[in-house]
Design a protein around this ligand. Structure first.
Ligand code: FAD
Length: 477
Protein backbone atom coordinates (compact mmCIF):
# COMPACT_ATOMS: atom_id res chain seq x y z
CA UNK A 1 0.00 0.00 0.00
CA UNK A 2 1.56 3.33 -1.05
CA UNK A 3 -0.27 6.04 0.81
CA UNK A 4 0.48 9.55 1.87
CA UNK A 5 -1.08 10.22 5.27
CA UNK A 6 -1.58 13.69 6.71
CA UNK A 7 -1.81 13.90 10.49
CA UNK A 8 -3.47 17.14 11.61
CA UNK A 9 -2.55 18.50 15.05
CA UNK A 10 0.75 18.07 16.85
CA UNK A 11 -0.57 17.43 20.35
CA UNK A 12 0.41 14.15 21.98
CA UNK A 13 -2.25 12.21 20.03
CA UNK A 14 -1.09 13.50 16.62
CA UNK A 15 2.57 12.88 17.50
CA UNK A 16 1.68 9.37 18.64
CA UNK A 17 -0.25 8.57 15.46
CA UNK A 18 2.77 9.72 13.47
CA UNK A 19 5.14 7.76 15.66
CA UNK A 20 3.24 4.49 15.20
CA UNK A 21 2.91 5.09 11.44
CA UNK A 22 6.63 5.72 11.23
CA UNK A 23 7.24 2.17 12.45
CA UNK A 24 5.74 0.61 9.34
CA UNK A 25 6.69 0.69 5.69
CA UNK A 26 3.02 0.41 4.68
CA UNK A 27 2.75 4.14 4.07
CA UNK A 28 4.84 6.06 1.59
CA UNK A 29 4.80 9.35 3.49
CA UNK A 30 3.50 10.82 6.73
CA UNK A 31 3.16 14.59 7.14
CA UNK A 32 2.20 16.16 10.46
CA UNK A 33 0.88 19.73 10.55
CA UNK A 34 0.76 21.64 13.83
CA UNK A 35 -0.66 25.15 14.04
CA UNK A 36 1.43 26.62 16.86
CA UNK A 37 5.17 27.08 17.18
CA UNK A 38 5.60 24.02 19.42
CA UNK A 39 4.53 20.39 19.63
CA UNK A 40 2.71 18.85 22.58
CA UNK A 41 -0.65 20.66 22.65
CA UNK A 42 -1.89 20.86 26.26
CA UNK A 43 1.28 19.18 27.51
CA UNK A 44 3.25 22.26 28.42
CA UNK A 45 6.06 22.60 30.96
CA UNK A 46 7.93 25.66 32.20
CA UNK A 47 11.53 24.78 33.13
CA UNK A 48 13.30 27.44 35.12
CA UNK A 49 17.06 27.81 35.14
CA UNK A 50 17.22 27.12 38.90
CA UNK A 51 15.83 23.63 38.26
CA UNK A 52 12.17 24.33 39.09
CA UNK A 53 9.63 22.66 36.82
CA UNK A 54 5.99 23.75 36.53
CA UNK A 55 3.30 21.92 34.60
CA UNK A 56 0.51 23.96 33.03
CA UNK A 57 -1.29 20.90 31.64
CA UNK A 58 -0.98 17.24 32.67
CA UNK A 59 1.39 16.47 35.53
CA UNK A 60 0.94 12.78 36.29
CA UNK A 61 0.24 9.71 34.20
CA UNK A 62 -1.16 6.44 35.54
CA UNK A 63 0.75 3.28 34.56
CA UNK A 64 -2.23 0.97 35.15
CA UNK A 65 -4.10 -1.03 32.54
CA UNK A 66 -3.47 -1.71 28.89
CA UNK A 67 -3.30 1.98 27.94
CA UNK A 68 -0.90 2.75 30.80
CA UNK A 69 1.38 -0.08 29.72
CA UNK A 70 1.23 1.06 26.11
CA UNK A 71 2.57 4.50 27.13
CA UNK A 72 5.36 2.96 29.21
CA UNK A 73 6.31 0.79 26.23
CA UNK A 74 6.51 3.93 24.11
CA UNK A 75 8.66 5.67 26.75
CA UNK A 76 10.95 2.69 26.79
CA UNK A 77 11.19 2.69 23.01
CA UNK A 78 12.12 6.38 23.13
CA UNK A 79 14.88 5.70 25.68
CA UNK A 80 13.22 7.72 28.47
CA UNK A 81 13.57 5.09 31.23
CA UNK A 82 16.13 7.14 33.12
CA UNK A 83 13.94 10.23 33.05
CA UNK A 84 11.02 8.66 34.82
CA UNK A 85 9.87 9.87 38.26
CA UNK A 86 7.63 7.19 39.73
CA UNK A 87 5.14 7.78 42.55
CA UNK A 88 4.39 4.40 44.17
CA UNK A 89 1.10 3.50 45.82
CA UNK A 90 2.64 3.75 49.29
CA UNK A 91 3.86 7.33 48.66
CA UNK A 92 2.18 9.99 50.78
CA UNK A 93 0.83 11.65 47.61
CA UNK A 94 -0.94 8.40 46.69
CA UNK A 95 -2.30 7.77 50.19
CA UNK A 96 -3.38 11.27 51.15
CA UNK A 97 -6.03 12.90 48.99
CA UNK A 98 -8.30 15.52 50.46
CA UNK A 99 -11.71 17.05 49.88
CA UNK A 100 -12.53 20.59 50.97
CA UNK A 101 -16.09 20.47 52.30
CA UNK A 102 -17.91 22.79 54.71
CA UNK A 103 -14.85 24.99 54.99
CA UNK A 104 -12.54 22.16 56.09
CA UNK A 105 -10.08 19.70 54.60
CA UNK A 106 -11.07 16.03 54.95
CA UNK A 107 -8.72 13.17 54.13
CA UNK A 108 -10.28 10.50 51.95
CA UNK A 109 -10.05 7.00 53.42
CA UNK A 110 -7.07 5.09 52.05
CA UNK A 111 -7.28 1.90 54.11
CA UNK A 112 -9.85 -0.65 55.27
CA UNK A 113 -10.13 1.06 58.66
CA UNK A 114 -11.04 4.27 56.86
CA UNK A 115 -14.00 2.75 55.05
CA UNK A 116 -15.50 0.80 57.96
CA UNK A 117 -15.98 3.83 60.19
CA UNK A 118 -17.74 7.12 59.61
CA UNK A 119 -15.23 9.57 58.22
CA UNK A 120 -16.36 13.15 57.54
CA UNK A 121 -17.50 14.66 55.23
CA UNK A 122 -19.52 11.46 54.83
CA UNK A 123 -22.29 10.74 57.32
CA UNK A 124 -21.89 6.95 57.38
CA UNK A 125 -19.18 4.38 56.67
CA UNK A 126 -18.44 4.07 52.95
CA UNK A 127 -18.45 0.29 53.28
CA UNK A 128 -22.21 0.35 53.92
CA UNK A 129 -22.90 2.04 50.58
CA UNK A 130 -20.50 -0.33 48.82
CA UNK A 131 -22.03 -3.49 50.33
CA UNK A 132 -25.57 -2.34 49.52
CA UNK A 133 -24.50 -1.61 45.95
CA UNK A 134 -24.36 -5.33 45.18
CA UNK A 135 -28.12 -5.53 45.76
CA UNK A 136 -29.10 -2.61 43.54
CA UNK A 137 -30.85 -3.71 40.36
CA UNK A 138 -29.14 -3.19 37.03
CA UNK A 139 -30.16 0.03 35.27
CA UNK A 140 -32.02 -0.20 31.98
CA UNK A 141 -30.71 3.00 30.37
CA UNK A 142 -28.20 2.85 27.52
CA UNK A 143 -26.40 5.75 29.15
CA UNK A 144 -26.77 7.80 32.31
CA UNK A 145 -25.12 10.82 33.89
CA UNK A 146 -22.26 10.01 36.26
CA UNK A 147 -24.20 11.63 39.11
CA UNK A 148 -27.36 9.66 38.45
CA UNK A 149 -25.44 6.37 38.12
CA UNK A 150 -23.53 6.82 41.39
CA UNK A 151 -26.56 8.17 43.20
CA UNK A 152 -28.64 5.16 42.12
CA UNK A 153 -25.99 2.58 42.96
CA UNK A 154 -24.05 4.07 45.87
CA UNK A 155 -26.27 6.79 47.30
CA UNK A 156 -26.62 10.52 46.89
CA UNK A 157 -23.87 11.48 49.33
CA UNK A 158 -21.13 9.74 47.37
CA UNK A 159 -22.60 11.19 44.16
CA UNK A 160 -22.89 14.73 45.53
CA UNK A 161 -19.46 14.83 47.11
CA UNK A 162 -17.03 12.16 45.90
CA UNK A 163 -18.11 11.76 42.28
CA UNK A 164 -18.86 15.45 41.83
CA UNK A 165 -15.26 16.14 42.93
CA UNK A 166 -13.75 13.41 40.76
CA UNK A 167 -15.50 14.71 37.64
CA UNK A 168 -14.23 18.20 38.41
CA UNK A 169 -10.71 16.86 38.99
CA UNK A 170 -10.50 14.77 35.82
CA UNK A 171 -12.81 16.52 33.34
CA UNK A 172 -13.28 19.95 34.96
CA UNK A 173 -16.86 18.93 34.27
CA UNK A 174 -20.31 18.59 35.78
CA UNK A 175 -21.13 15.06 36.96
CA UNK A 176 -24.81 15.79 36.28
CA UNK A 177 -24.08 16.20 32.57
CA UNK A 178 -21.15 13.86 31.96
CA UNK A 179 -21.87 10.37 30.66
CA UNK A 180 -20.89 7.44 32.86
CA UNK A 181 -20.61 5.20 29.81
CA UNK A 182 -18.06 7.45 28.09
CA UNK A 183 -16.26 9.02 31.06
CA UNK A 184 -15.96 5.94 33.27
CA UNK A 185 -16.36 2.93 30.96
CA UNK A 186 -15.25 0.40 33.64
CA UNK A 187 -18.14 1.48 35.93
CA UNK A 188 -20.68 1.15 33.13
CA UNK A 189 -19.23 -2.20 32.00
CA UNK A 190 -19.17 -3.56 35.55
CA UNK A 191 -22.89 -2.92 35.91
CA UNK A 192 -23.66 -4.34 32.46
CA UNK A 193 -21.55 -7.49 32.86
CA UNK A 194 -21.80 -8.18 36.58
CA UNK A 195 -24.87 -6.26 37.70
CA UNK A 196 -22.69 -4.44 40.23
CA UNK A 197 -19.73 -2.10 40.30
CA UNK A 198 -18.22 -3.93 43.27
CA UNK A 199 -18.54 -7.37 41.66
CA UNK A 200 -17.26 -6.07 38.35
CA UNK A 201 -14.23 -4.53 40.05
CA UNK A 202 -13.52 -7.69 42.04
CA UNK A 203 -14.03 -10.26 39.30
CA UNK A 204 -14.16 -8.38 36.00
CA UNK A 205 -10.43 -8.40 35.29
CA UNK A 206 -8.71 -6.19 32.79
CA UNK A 207 -9.16 -5.90 29.03
CA UNK A 208 -6.44 -7.67 27.05
CA UNK A 209 -3.51 -5.37 26.41
CA UNK A 210 -1.88 -4.40 23.14
CA UNK A 211 1.73 -5.30 22.57
CA UNK A 212 4.12 -6.84 25.07
CA UNK A 213 5.34 -5.55 28.36
CA UNK A 214 8.57 -3.57 28.29
CA UNK A 215 11.04 -3.80 31.16
CA UNK A 216 9.75 -0.38 32.23
CA UNK A 217 6.14 -1.58 32.35
CA UNK A 218 7.28 -4.61 34.35
CA UNK A 219 9.15 -2.33 36.75
CA UNK A 220 6.04 -0.16 37.20
CA UNK A 221 4.10 -3.27 38.15
CA UNK A 222 6.77 -4.71 40.43
CA UNK A 223 7.26 -1.39 42.22
CA UNK A 224 3.51 -0.68 42.35
CA UNK A 225 3.57 2.76 40.76
CA UNK A 226 0.43 4.85 41.11
CA UNK A 227 1.61 7.49 38.63
CA UNK A 228 4.72 8.95 37.04
CA UNK A 229 6.21 12.09 35.53
CA UNK A 230 9.56 12.89 33.95
CA UNK A 231 12.65 14.60 35.38
CA UNK A 232 12.30 17.71 33.21
CA UNK A 233 8.52 17.56 33.16
CA UNK A 234 5.92 16.11 30.84
CA UNK A 235 7.08 18.22 27.88
CA UNK A 236 9.98 15.75 27.61
CA UNK A 237 7.60 13.23 26.04
CA UNK A 238 6.45 15.30 23.02
CA UNK A 239 10.04 16.59 22.71
CA UNK A 240 11.36 13.02 22.51
CA UNK A 241 8.68 12.00 20.01
CA UNK A 242 9.47 15.01 17.87
CA UNK A 243 13.17 14.19 18.00
CA UNK A 244 12.55 10.54 17.06
CA UNK A 245 10.24 11.51 14.18
CA UNK A 246 12.67 14.02 12.71
CA UNK A 247 15.16 11.22 12.20
CA UNK A 248 12.76 8.92 10.35
CA UNK A 249 12.53 8.45 6.64
CA UNK A 250 9.17 9.19 5.00
CA UNK A 251 8.11 11.42 7.92
CA UNK A 252 7.80 15.20 7.84
CA UNK A 253 6.68 17.18 10.85
CA UNK A 254 5.88 20.89 10.64
CA UNK A 255 4.99 23.34 13.37
CA UNK A 256 3.68 26.86 12.68
CA UNK A 257 1.60 25.20 9.95
CA UNK A 258 -2.09 25.86 10.69
CA UNK A 259 -4.55 24.04 8.49
CA UNK A 260 -7.15 26.38 6.97
CA UNK A 261 -9.47 24.03 5.07
CA UNK A 262 -9.91 20.50 3.78
CA UNK A 263 -11.45 19.47 0.49
CA UNK A 264 -12.00 15.98 -0.80
CA UNK A 265 -12.37 14.55 -4.29
CA UNK A 266 -12.02 11.01 -5.64
CA UNK A 267 -8.34 11.83 -6.05
CA UNK A 268 -7.88 12.35 -2.31
CA UNK A 269 -7.65 15.22 0.17
CA UNK A 270 -6.36 18.68 -0.48
CA UNK A 271 -5.22 20.33 2.74
CA UNK A 272 -4.88 24.09 2.52
CA UNK A 273 -2.61 25.81 4.96
CA UNK A 274 -2.80 29.38 6.17
CA UNK A 275 0.19 30.44 4.08
CA UNK A 276 -1.66 29.37 0.91
CA UNK A 277 0.29 26.14 0.33
CA UNK A 278 -1.70 22.99 -0.34
CA UNK A 279 -0.82 19.42 0.52
CA UNK A 280 -2.29 16.35 -1.15
CA UNK A 281 -2.92 13.25 0.94
CA UNK A 282 -4.67 9.91 0.49
CA UNK A 283 -5.77 9.74 4.11
CA UNK A 284 -6.23 12.25 6.93
CA UNK A 285 -5.85 11.40 10.61
CA UNK A 286 -7.37 14.28 12.52
CA UNK A 287 -5.88 14.75 15.99
CA UNK A 288 -7.55 18.15 16.23
CA UNK A 289 -10.22 19.16 18.73
CA UNK A 290 -13.63 18.14 17.27
CA UNK A 291 -14.82 21.74 16.82
CA UNK A 292 -11.65 22.69 14.92
CA UNK A 293 -12.04 19.77 12.52
CA UNK A 294 -15.70 20.74 12.04
CA UNK A 295 -14.63 24.22 10.92
CA UNK A 296 -12.17 22.81 8.35
CA UNK A 297 -14.34 20.18 6.65
CA UNK A 298 -15.88 20.95 3.24
CA UNK A 299 -19.57 21.97 2.98
CA UNK A 300 -20.38 18.52 1.55
CA UNK A 301 -19.56 17.03 4.96
CA UNK A 302 -21.89 19.48 6.74
CA UNK A 303 -23.72 16.83 8.70
CA UNK A 304 -20.43 15.42 10.06
CA UNK A 305 -19.40 18.97 11.01
CA UNK A 306 -22.65 19.42 12.93
CA UNK A 307 -22.06 16.23 14.88
CA UNK A 308 -18.46 17.24 15.65
CA UNK A 309 -19.66 20.64 16.91
CA UNK A 310 -21.80 18.92 19.51
CA UNK A 311 -18.69 17.79 21.39
CA UNK A 312 -18.07 20.82 23.58
CA UNK A 313 -14.98 21.60 25.60
CA UNK A 314 -14.55 23.64 28.75
CA UNK A 315 -11.87 26.17 29.64
CA UNK A 316 -9.75 25.95 32.78
CA UNK A 317 -7.91 28.70 34.65
CA UNK A 318 -4.56 27.24 35.73
CA UNK A 319 -2.42 29.08 38.29
CA UNK A 320 1.01 27.75 39.26
CA UNK A 321 2.28 29.09 42.57
CA UNK A 322 5.62 28.83 44.35
CA UNK A 323 6.11 29.72 48.01
CA UNK A 324 9.30 29.96 50.07
CA UNK A 325 9.72 27.14 52.61
CA UNK A 326 7.55 24.13 53.39
CA UNK A 327 4.28 25.89 54.08
CA UNK A 328 1.65 23.18 53.55
CA UNK A 329 -0.24 22.20 56.73
CA UNK A 330 -0.87 18.69 55.29
CA UNK A 331 0.96 16.45 52.85
CA UNK A 332 -0.68 14.61 50.01
CA UNK A 333 -1.70 14.84 46.37
CA UNK A 334 -3.94 17.84 46.89
CA UNK A 335 -7.60 18.61 47.44
CA UNK A 336 -10.73 18.78 45.34
CA UNK A 337 -13.70 21.01 46.00
CA UNK A 338 -17.28 19.88 45.29
CA UNK A 339 -19.51 22.20 43.24
CA UNK A 340 -21.78 22.65 46.29
CA UNK A 341 -18.87 24.27 48.17
CA UNK A 342 -17.51 26.57 45.46
CA UNK A 343 -18.65 26.20 41.87
CA UNK A 344 -15.70 27.98 40.28
CA UNK A 345 -12.81 26.50 42.23
CA UNK A 346 -12.04 22.94 41.11
CA UNK A 347 -9.04 21.91 43.19
CA UNK A 348 -5.49 22.50 44.32
CA UNK A 349 -2.63 20.10 43.53
CA UNK A 350 0.29 20.03 45.99
CA UNK A 351 2.95 19.59 43.28
CA UNK A 352 5.92 19.78 45.63
CA UNK A 353 4.65 16.73 47.55
CA UNK A 354 3.91 14.79 44.37
CA UNK A 355 7.18 15.60 42.59
CA UNK A 356 9.67 17.22 45.00
CA UNK A 357 12.30 16.61 42.30
CA UNK A 358 10.70 19.52 40.43
CA UNK A 359 11.40 21.99 43.22
CA UNK A 360 14.09 24.56 42.57
CA UNK A 361 17.58 23.70 43.84
CA UNK A 362 18.56 24.99 47.29
CA UNK A 363 16.24 26.06 50.08
CA UNK A 364 12.88 24.23 50.35
CA UNK A 365 9.90 25.58 48.45
CA UNK A 366 6.25 24.65 48.08
CA UNK A 367 4.71 24.44 44.61
CA UNK A 368 0.99 24.22 44.01
CA UNK A 369 -1.40 24.44 41.09
CA UNK A 370 -4.86 25.89 41.50
CA UNK A 371 -7.43 24.89 38.86
CA UNK A 372 -10.64 26.83 38.33
CA UNK A 373 -13.53 27.33 35.95
CA UNK A 374 -14.22 24.27 33.83
CA UNK A 375 -17.95 23.76 33.29
CA UNK A 376 -18.53 26.77 35.59
CA UNK A 377 -15.99 29.08 33.89
CA UNK A 378 -18.35 31.64 32.36
CA UNK A 379 -20.68 31.82 35.35
CA UNK A 380 -17.87 32.32 37.88
CA UNK A 381 -15.07 34.04 35.97
CA UNK A 382 -16.64 35.53 32.81
CA UNK A 383 -15.63 34.99 29.19
CA UNK A 384 -12.35 33.02 28.78
CA UNK A 385 -11.10 35.71 26.35
CA UNK A 386 -11.81 38.54 28.77
CA UNK A 387 -10.69 37.26 32.17
CA UNK A 388 -7.41 38.84 33.28
CA UNK A 389 -4.54 36.69 34.54
CA UNK A 390 -4.43 38.91 37.66
CA UNK A 391 -8.03 37.94 38.50
CA UNK A 392 -7.09 34.24 38.30
CA UNK A 393 -3.98 34.83 40.39
CA UNK A 394 -5.86 36.75 43.11
CA UNK A 395 -8.52 34.06 43.25
CA UNK A 396 -5.87 31.32 43.52
CA UNK A 397 -3.87 33.05 46.26
CA UNK A 398 -7.09 33.70 48.18
CA UNK A 399 -8.07 30.01 47.91
CA UNK A 400 -4.66 28.89 49.18
CA UNK A 401 -4.99 31.34 52.05
CA UNK A 402 -8.46 30.29 53.13
CA UNK A 403 -8.22 26.53 52.48
CA UNK A 404 -4.65 25.97 53.69
CA UNK A 405 -4.10 28.95 55.96
CA UNK A 406 -0.99 29.98 54.03
CA UNK A 407 -0.73 33.72 54.59
CA UNK A 408 2.60 34.45 52.88
CA UNK A 409 2.63 35.62 49.28
CA UNK A 410 3.90 33.42 46.46
CA UNK A 411 7.43 34.23 45.27
CA UNK A 412 6.64 33.09 41.73
CA UNK A 413 3.40 32.54 39.86
CA UNK A 414 2.00 31.98 36.43
CA UNK A 415 -1.68 32.25 35.54
CA UNK A 416 -3.30 31.29 32.26
CA UNK A 417 -6.65 30.46 30.74
CA UNK A 418 -6.51 27.17 28.85
CA UNK A 419 -9.33 27.82 26.43
CA UNK A 420 -11.51 24.84 25.47
CA UNK A 421 -8.90 22.45 26.85
CA UNK A 422 -11.00 19.52 28.11
CA UNK A 423 -13.69 17.91 25.93
CA UNK A 424 -16.90 17.02 27.74
CA UNK A 425 -18.40 13.62 27.05
CA UNK A 426 -22.02 14.41 27.78
CA UNK A 427 -24.89 11.93 27.85
CA UNK A 428 -25.10 10.06 24.57
CA UNK A 429 -21.48 10.76 23.57
CA UNK A 430 -21.03 7.12 22.53
CA UNK A 431 -23.99 7.42 20.14
CA UNK A 432 -22.55 10.59 18.60
CA UNK A 433 -19.26 8.74 18.07
CA UNK A 434 -21.01 5.82 16.43
CA UNK A 435 -22.94 8.18 14.14
CA UNK A 436 -19.80 10.07 13.10
CA UNK A 437 -17.84 6.92 12.38
CA UNK A 438 -20.80 5.48 10.47
CA UNK A 439 -20.97 8.65 8.37
CA UNK A 440 -17.26 8.34 7.57
CA UNK A 441 -17.55 4.70 6.56
CA UNK A 442 -20.85 5.15 4.62
CA UNK A 443 -19.27 7.98 2.62
CA UNK A 444 -15.97 6.09 2.22
CA UNK A 445 -14.14 9.15 3.55
CA UNK A 446 -10.46 8.37 4.16
CA UNK A 447 -10.59 10.12 7.53
CA UNK A 448 -9.79 8.89 11.05
CA UNK A 449 -10.87 10.72 14.19
CA UNK A 450 -8.39 10.59 17.04
CA UNK A 451 -7.42 12.59 20.13
CA UNK A 452 -9.07 13.79 23.31
CA UNK A 453 -12.42 14.74 21.78
CA UNK A 454 -13.41 11.14 21.20
CA UNK A 455 -12.25 8.08 23.16
CA UNK A 456 -10.81 9.30 26.48
CA UNK A 457 -9.03 12.43 27.64
CA UNK A 458 -6.06 11.11 29.62
CA UNK A 459 -2.55 11.19 28.17
CA UNK A 460 -2.65 7.37 28.04
CA UNK A 461 -6.01 7.38 26.25
CA UNK A 462 -4.93 9.79 23.55
CA UNK A 463 -1.61 8.04 22.92
CA UNK A 464 -3.55 4.81 22.56
CA UNK A 465 -6.03 6.54 20.24
CA UNK A 466 -3.08 7.60 18.07
CA UNK A 467 -1.99 3.98 17.94
CA UNK A 468 -5.49 2.77 17.10
CA UNK A 469 -5.72 5.34 14.30
CA UNK A 470 -2.43 4.17 12.80
CA UNK A 471 -3.34 0.48 13.14
CA UNK A 472 -6.74 1.13 11.55
CA UNK A 473 -4.83 2.20 8.48
CA UNK A 474 -1.91 -0.20 8.23
CA UNK A 475 -2.82 -3.14 10.47
CA UNK A 476 -1.20 -4.25 13.69
CA UNK A 477 2.04 -2.43 14.52
P1 FAD B 1 -4.33 18.69 22.06
O1 FAD B 1 -3.31 18.72 23.09
O2 FAD B 1 -5.49 19.66 22.14
O3 FAD B 1 -3.65 18.82 20.63
C1 FAD B 1 -4.32 19.31 19.48
C2 FAD B 1 -3.31 20.05 18.64
O4 FAD B 1 -3.93 20.52 17.45
C3 FAD B 1 -2.74 21.29 19.35
O5 FAD B 1 -1.34 21.23 19.39
C4 FAD B 1 -3.24 22.46 18.50
O6 FAD B 1 -2.34 23.55 18.45
C5 FAD B 1 -3.37 21.79 17.13
N1 FAD B 1 -4.28 22.52 16.22
C6 FAD B 1 -5.43 23.17 16.52
N2 FAD B 1 -5.94 23.72 15.39
C7 FAD B 1 -5.11 23.39 14.37
C8 FAD B 1 -5.11 23.66 12.97
N3 FAD B 1 -6.08 24.39 12.38
N4 FAD B 1 -4.10 23.15 12.22
C9 FAD B 1 -3.10 22.40 12.77
N5 FAD B 1 -3.06 22.14 14.11
C10 FAD B 1 -4.04 22.62 14.90
N6 FAD B 1 -4.18 13.88 31.42
C11 FAD B 1 -3.54 13.00 32.20
O7 FAD B 1 -3.40 11.82 31.82
N7 FAD B 1 -3.02 13.37 33.41
C12 FAD B 1 -3.14 14.64 33.89
O8 FAD B 1 -2.62 14.97 34.97
C13 FAD B 1 -3.85 15.58 33.10
N8 FAD B 1 -3.99 16.85 33.54
C14 FAD B 1 -4.51 17.79 32.69
C15 FAD B 1 -4.55 19.11 33.11
C16 FAD B 1 -5.03 20.08 32.27
C17 FAD B 1 -5.06 21.52 32.73
C18 FAD B 1 -5.47 19.74 30.95
C19 FAD B 1 -5.95 20.79 30.00
C20 FAD B 1 -5.46 18.42 30.54
C21 FAD B 1 -4.98 17.43 31.39
N9 FAD B 1 -4.95 16.09 31.02
C22 FAD B 1 -4.34 15.16 31.83
C23 FAD B 1 -5.51 15.66 29.71
C24 FAD B 1 -4.48 15.58 28.60
O9 FAD B 1 -3.41 16.42 28.84
C25 FAD B 1 -5.11 15.99 27.25
O10 FAD B 1 -6.35 15.38 27.04
C26 FAD B 1 -4.19 15.63 26.09
O11 FAD B 1 -2.94 16.26 26.25
C27 FAD B 1 -4.86 16.02 24.76
O12 FAD B 1 -3.98 15.70 23.70
P2 FAD B 1 -4.47 15.78 22.18
O13 FAD B 1 -3.29 15.58 21.33
O14 FAD B 1 -5.63 14.89 21.97
O15 FAD B 1 -5.06 17.27 22.01
Amino acid sequence: MQKCVAVLGGGISGLSACYYLSKTSNVSKVVLLEATGRFGGWINTTRREDGAVFEHGPRGVRPAGAVGRNTLNMLSDLGLEREILPVPHDHVASKNRFLYVNGELHKLPSSISGVVKTVPPFSRPIILSVMKEVLVRKGKQEDESVHSFVSRRLGSELADIAMDCLCRGVFAGDSRKLSVRSCFPPLHRAEQDWGSVLLGMLFGGEKAGTGGMSALAQRAKAESWAQWSLTDGMQTLPDALQEALRGRERVEIHHSAPVRSLSYTAGGWEIKQEDGTALKADHVISALPASVLASLLPPAARSLSHQLCEINSVSVGVVNLEYEGSVLPVTGFGHLIPSSEDRGLLGIVYDSVLFPQHNRRGEPTTRMTVMMGGAWFEETLGGPDEVKDQVLLDRAVQAVRSHLNITSSPVWSKAAVLKNCIPQYHLGHWKQLEAMRRYISDHALPLTLTGASFDGVSVNDVIFSGRTAAEGLVGKI
